[in-house]
Design a protein around this ligand. Structure first.
Ligand code: GDP
Length: 321
């Protein structure tokens, strides 16, 4: 939203075309932007954020006062298992935005982490104080160790230079514009795509990988987008904050698959392929978020799943898959 003469904040969103970037764009367009904010949503083709030179040029061009850093290489459990080294390499080079932000006097940077970076075999629920307390789950050690370094740099830039850089830690995000690729993507978009194929092509059962017993705190991308706006405008800590529904709203993979069957109106049975991995435990506490925002309303899970399935059905031709 641009207000001539009123613009005070130039907000650069890197990774602006991904799941979360699109959601932020939508909530801003739907009226949650403010008159003194100009939003710049960046495409990956605009700059390679793993290059210091290109990142610097991007910051010099747009002169942001605020940055939401979403650009990242992400994948579901099964992609992480295969490419730990690649994830590590890419994400250790994905911190140039912080140095460019420091050099160009950016007032605030919000970077995006994930609850999968928490140590494996912890006391649950995990909270913000535990990020560095032990090795991550073996399935995604590359991504996790690299992403933890963003928190280290936030602390460093604050202590040495007084920068207000922080990070958010969302749980499992899903929604429109997700990556619906079955092999590479996360569980909900993967299962939605599988149901779609089963309905229209194979007519077979829905195969769910693993036992279906692991539990996840799914957060709808549009809810997460609203929380990002709050963090950008009002959250003043350098310490990260977990953005998640409560522990009471955690659902099992089986329950998630059932919600998709209902939303897609598919009567096939569920089959569990227990030769596939279950992944990690990662129940997270949203107590800190609730201390700040006790009455924030999350979209009910089944409603958000219905909206996501409807979006996928409508946008099937152009969806990432
Ligand atoms: P995670 O939450 O970081 O582990 O990543 P995912 O979103 O990939 O979720 C993985 C969990 O969903 C594991 O327990 C998998 O066994 C289970 N799962 C069941 N079916 C699928 C599927 O079709 N795709 C994926 N990615 N995971 C699945």
């Amino acid at each position: 939203m641009e207000g001539a003469g009123l613009v005070g904040k130039h907000i650069l969103v890197t990774g602006g075309t991904g799941l979360v970037g699109r959601a932020i764009e939508k909530v801003v367009a739907d009226g949650e932007g403010q008159l003194d904010e100009e939003w710049i949503f960046m495409f990956s083709r605009d700059a390679d954020m793993m290059s210091t030179t290109e990142t610097k040029a991007l910051f010099e061009k747009h002169k942001p006062t605020h940055v939401i850093h979403l650009a990242a290489t992400v994948g579901g459990l099964f992609r992480n298992i295969c490419y730990n080294l690649d994830f590590w390499k890419k994400h250790t080079h994905h911190t140039h935005h912080m140095h460019s932000a420091y050099e160009t006097g950016v007032q605030k940077v919000v970077s995006c982490l994930s609850t999968c970076i928490f140590p494996d075999k912890m006391m649950y629920p995990v909270d913000e104080s535990m990020i560095h307390n032990g090795p991550p789950h073996s399935s995604n050690f590359g991504y996790s160790y690299a992403k933890r370094m963003i928190d280290i740099q936030n602390r460093g830039y604050f202590e040495q230079h007084g920068c207000r850089f922080t990070a958010v830690i969302p749980t499992n995000v899903f929604g429109p514009h997700d990556n619906f690729n079955i092999e590479d993507g996360h569980v909900l978009p993967g299962l939605i795509h599988k149901v779609c194929l089963a309905k229209h092509e194979t007519g077979s059962a829905l195969t769910v990988w693993g036992t279906g017993k692991p539990r996840r705190q799914f957060i709808y991308s549009l809810d997460l987008a609203r929380l990002f706006l709050w963090v950008l405008r009002e959250y003043d800590e350098v310490e990260p904050i977990i953005l998640s529904v409560g522990e009471e709203d955690e659902v099992s993979i089986r329950e998630a698959a059932e919600a998709i069957l209902e939303a897609m109106d598919f009567r096939g049975e569920l089959v569990f392929d227990t030769t596939k991995a279950d992944g990690q435990f990662k129940t997270a506490s949203n107590a800190k978020l609730r201390r700040y925002l006790p009455s924030f309303q999350f979209t009910p899970f089944r409603k958000a799943v219905k909206e996501t399935c409807a979006w996928f059905n409508t946008n099937y031709a152009n969806a990432r898959k």
